[in-house]
Design a protein around this ligand. Sequence first.
Ligand code: IMP
Ligand code: MG
Length: 182
Amino acid sequence: MTPPSGEVRTLFSEAEISTRVDQIARDVADRIGADLLVVAILKGSFVFTADLIRALHRAGVRPQIDFMQLASYGMGTESSGQIEVIRDLTDPVEGRDVLLVDDILDSGRTLSFARDRLLRTGARRVQLCVLLDKQARRVQQVDADFVGFECPDEFIVGYGLDHANFYRELPFIGVLEDPPRV
Ligand code: IMP
Ligand code: MG
């Protein structure tokens, strides 16, 4: 597969991300108790989560980690209404305090689906942690408890975020110029 040709303009540098991730981890440590299950939504949040859990360690938190892979139907840069579970959790969530981690809060459909599902299956409390918040695009009313950066209404790649499964390896967060909107 040939990578897309769009230019990527840096929005948040590696150093800015690293500083912010440490701040979020300290915030989580202050506001969440000792029993913490981190649930990362794949694929987009794997880089953020990997840095966040090590920052949590530095902040004195000893979380357990699980993953849930979700997809919304459609291949474009806009998520569609329907969410599908591609890979489910393996740990029980009954009675757990969950920190649900995603790369970006956009329409809100993914996180509202995931949060409802965790609560339905018995989580005691679910708090939302997102690297980026694209408030302008919200369709479902969802507020994150922990936000890395407010984000402009542009298509973002890097640090785990993709376009057509490319760009996830970029160590910084950038705007993909002229992505095809579908
Ligand atoms: P939501 O369900 O519309 O809130 O979208 C959440 C998911 O859509 C994220 O987990 C991302 O995978 C994807 N997404 C939304 N906006 C962007 C973007 O600007 N760049 C890359 N992925 C995005
Ligand atoms: Mg994605």
